[in-house]
Design a protein around this ligand. Structure first.
Ligand code: MRU
Length: 354
């Protein structure tokens, strides 16, 4: 297999961002070179790069690209360009808070350097983007370690969408838990929901699990209840795009349904996410903005019309799973269990990471 990673920066301050074009998987493993912020914006919008942490890392590098043309300008126009770029990238997708978290970090870095040569600020911004990238890598490994103990040897695990290496710097969040459990010697049987309408589960999750030699079965989303009833699933592990202060968690549309099914079958339901996915400024899931996407994703999926012309379509890309349905949140600092406002506040107080 080609040696490729979800995202990497090539070169120095005048370099560029190379990413796997996830819309081409699993048929083709091809990379896309982004040499300006517009290409990064389009890649995020059209899910060439997707998954909350990966979107954050891509946006941070997108800022580095956006300011390249302003490095020789005076300070005022350099900062103006920075503001325009961050605002522009923030408008690519609304739900994953990692995007806004990463852009805020980039802005904060620059704000501390007022008065310095613009070349120095540009170098500091690239260093910050690289730090965000590297920290995400470490957080994913830690999530894997903390979560692996939750999966009993021989168990069946259901996952929804793709929260793997493709959705992060590498290794993933929900899939990190599965990878780490497998690496510790456990045998697992993973059921991957295909994840309508854009099939991240079918196209990306099964591909990643196959690469790592993990026993994987693809199911359509509407089969999960039957598979649970047949007692094939002992745990559900998913990622998240934004977790409110009370533990309500937004993730790919269909996650809430999977959580309800898990509760009905007495199966633990785990959310794996780094601290960068928490939005403590939002009190509950009711306030999480839910992205609405093009109806054609439902009526013309992958180039084939599957509904009559003119039919009304509702296409929210995410849903919110209430905290009470989540058995534990697995973050890089450990397990948050039970999932409630107090436990989340305590975890952040102890680790001072927001
Ligand atoms: O629309 P997508 O593919 O970006 O949605 C991705 C998900 O919902 C993931 O589960 C989530 O971002 C967590 S990724 C570690």
């Amino acid at each position: 297999m080609k040696d490729v990673s979800t995202l990497h920066w090539i070169g120095e301050v005048d370099g560029f961002l190379r990413m796997i074009d996830q819309t081409k998987l699993p048929v083709e493993l091809v990379e896309l070179d982004c040499r300006d912020a517009e290409t990064v914006w389009e890649a995020i919008k059209s899910l060439r790069v997707r998954g909350a942490p990966a979107i954050g890392v891509a946006a941070a590098y997108g800022v580095c690209l956006g300011i390249q043309s302003a490095v020789d300008n005076d300070e005022t126009s350099f900062y103006k360009r920075l503001d325009e770029t961050t605002e522009y990238l923030a408008a690519s997708r609304p739900t994953a808070v990692n995007l806004f978290w990463a852009l805020e970090r980039m802005k904060r870095t620059a704000a501390l350097l007022h008065g310095k040569p613009t070349a120095e600020i540009a170098a500091a911004l690239l260093a910050e983007a690289r730090a965000i990238h590297e920290e995400d890598r470490r957080m994913c490994r830690a999530i894997g370690r903390h979560g692996a103990v939750l999966l009993p040897d021989g168990c069946g695990v259901l996952t929804h969408c793709n929260a793997g290496g493709l959705a992060t710097s590498d290794y993933g969040t929900a899939l990190a838990v599965i990878f780490a459990a497998a690496e510790s010697g456990k045998t697992l049987h993973v059921y991957a929901d295909e994840t309508r309408p854009l099939l991240q589960g079918a196209r990306l999750t099964t591909w990643e699990l196959q690469q790592r030699g993990i026993d994987t079965t693809l199911i359509c989303d509407n089969m999960a209840a039957q598979v649970m009833r047949e007692r094939r699933i002992q745990a559900v592990v998913v990622g998240a795009d934004r977790i409110a202060a009370n533990g309500d968690a937004a993730n790919k549309i269909g996650t809430y349904g999977a959580a309800l099914l898990a509760a009905a079958h007495n199966i633990p339901f785990y959310v794996a996410a780094p601290s960068s996915t928490f939005d403590l400024s939002i009190s509950s899931g009711d306030d999480i903005p839910i992205e609405q996407r093009d109806p054609r994703e439902v009526t013309h999926g992958f180039g084939r019309q599957t509904a009559p012309d003119g039919v009304k379509v509702y296409n929210p890309a995410f849903d919110v799973t209430p905290a009470e349905l989540i058995s534990a949140i697995i973050c890089e600092h450990g397990l948050i269990r039970p999932v409630n406002r107090e436990m989340i506040a305590e975890m952040f107080k102890q680790n001072d990471s927001q």
